[in-house]
Structure formats: C-alpha cells, structure tokens
Design a protein around this ligand. Structure first.
Ligand code: ATP
Length: 253
C-alpha cells in the first residue's frame, strides 16, 4: 500500500509561484482526479510531490519517506509516473518500450526475468497492444503511442499510479478503456492520482476530485461534494449544468 502526501508544498520558478502551499494525500483504493485550467500548476504539483522537481517549501513524502530523498529506482517501485511529455530516446519495439517499466526492478529490455516478462505481457494485454508488440514505436499513431506509454507505467506494477493526462490523445473508446484499466488497478489494491482535462470522464470515474486554480488547491473531496456549477464557474470560468456526476458545459463566462 503506497501513500503519497503533500504538506504545504510550494514550488517557485525564480520569483514566480507555480504551486502554493498544497496539501493532499492519496492512497490505496482511491481514484483521484486532479483538475484545473491550463497553467494552474497541476504538473508542477505532481512533479514536486514525487521529488522530481525541487519544492521551495513544505514537504512531500511517499510512504513516510521524503520524496526528494528517495533513490530513483526505489521511487519507481512505489509509484508509476506517466508524465505529460513522453520523450523516447530512440525508436524501439513496443514490447521493449513497455519493458522499460521494469527498470524499477533492475530489468532492461532484452534482459527480462520471468516476473518482468509476465508483467510486460500483462500490461500489453490490458492495453490491447498484443498485436503491436513487435512494431517500431516510430510507426505508431499518436493514440497508439499514448497507450504504449500507459502500458509502460502499468508494467511497473507499483502501488500508486500518477498519470499526467493519460487519455489526452485517445479516441473515446480507448479513453474509456484506459479509465477502466485504472479502475481495475484500484480494485486490485492500487491508488491513482490522474490529471484529466475531460471533466465528464473525471466526474464519472473519480472517487475524489482535487481542484486547482492559480497555483492553489481550492477544493478536495468526493465528486458528489465538490462538483458544482458554482465551482465550475469559479475554477474554469464556464457556465455548466451539473446533475449528479453529469456535466453539461454551456459556454465560457
Ligand atoms: N521553469 C519555469 N519557469 C517559469 N514558469 C514556469 C516554469 N515551469 C512552469 N511554469 C509555468 O507555471 C505554470 C504552471 O505550469 P504547470 O505545467 O504546472 O501547469 P498545468 O496546470 O499542468 O497546466 P496544463 O493543464 O496546461 O498542462 C504555467 O503557467 C507554466 O508556464
């Protein structure tokens, strides 16, 4: 069971605040959607909470250990992080890219132990990539490549998944598929913190929503409590009808 905690976490770039005194906690059994407009500070918050970006104040921890002090492999065993920018150093087969997810266990593509190979196969199957396993990644469509990156994160079989816009490039069917996989991952004992720009998808799947605006977390709670027309106006500056978990955006304010 992995728990990610941020306490009064702040991030600055020079004099500019990117995140201001953020508090949150995400653990097993939770599907937490991190939402907010472009530039609100979501990516900066994720990176600082994982110790990948320097905090200017506060504390971030993974299972009671300071995130910034965890060795990269140790961090990778606890948390699977799927960044928004996903550079590939060079084209490779789909299977070998997914196998990079086993880095946390010291495995390298072409040198996988039995457990590593099983985890890679499971990730390929769950994401429907079996038929593409031996394709070169530079021949894939944008959506296919996005699924490969997601499979790579899944292959690590870490306790917590932190994903920055994992469904952004995907068609509706694959968006639902990825969200279903995250849900299964949580049902199997994991936890997830996921940045989503599709608010309907977030409202439908998340157990909790963390709302961010202008560097700050302005609400954090169950979807039923935090998703309101007023909050949509306050955070996203849109007029919206909200009924339960259904959202209809009517226009910009
Ligand atoms: N090194 C930096 N120097 C100056 N400004 C930065 C730096 N890094 C990020 N920013 C700014 O900080 C703000 C927050 O960026 P961040 O990527 O965390 O936002 P976000 O909520 O993830 O946005 P998006 O939804 O567009 O991905 C943005 O306005 C961005 O331009």
């Amino acid at each position: 069971m992995t728990e990610l905690i941020a306490e009064k976490l702040s991030v600055h770039a020079g004099q500019t605040a990117l995140v201001t005194e953020a508090d949150f906690r995400v653990g097993a059994g939770e599907f937490v959607a991190l939402i907010g407009p472009n530039g609100a500070g979501k990516t900066s918050l994720l990176r600082a909470s994982l110790g990948l970006e320097k905090a200017s104040g506060g504390l971030a921890s993974i299972d009671d250990e300071n995130s910034a002090e965890l060795a990269p492999m140790e961090r990778a065993r606890r948390v699977a992080y799927l960044p928004q920018q996903r550079p590939l150093a060079w084209p490779n087969t789909v299977r070998d890219v997914v196998a990079l997810g086993r880095y946390a266990y010291g495995a390298a593509p072409g040198r996988l132990g039995a457990q590593d190979a099983d985890a890679v196969e499971r990730a390929l199957t769950k994401t429907g990539l079996e038929k593409l396993a031996y394709r070169q990644t530079d021949t894939l469509s944008g959506g296919e490549l996005a699924r490969v990156h997601f499979a790579r994160a899944l292959a690590s079989e870490a306790g917590l998944l932190v994903a920055d816009e994992p469904v952004a490039a995907l068609d509706p069917r694959h968006q639902f598929r990825i969200m279903d996989i995250i849900q299964q991952y949580i049902a199997a004992g994991g936890g997830a913190l996921v940045v989503l720009h599709d608010l309907s998808l977030a409202a439908r799947y998340a157990s909790r929503m963390i709302w961010m605006k202008d560097t700050r977390i302005v609400a954090d709670g169950p979807v039923e409590d935090t998703l309101t027309a007023n909050r949509m106006a306050e955070v996203f500056s849109v007029r919206a009808k909200v009924e339960g978990r259904a959202i209809e955006i009517e226009g910009a304010i």
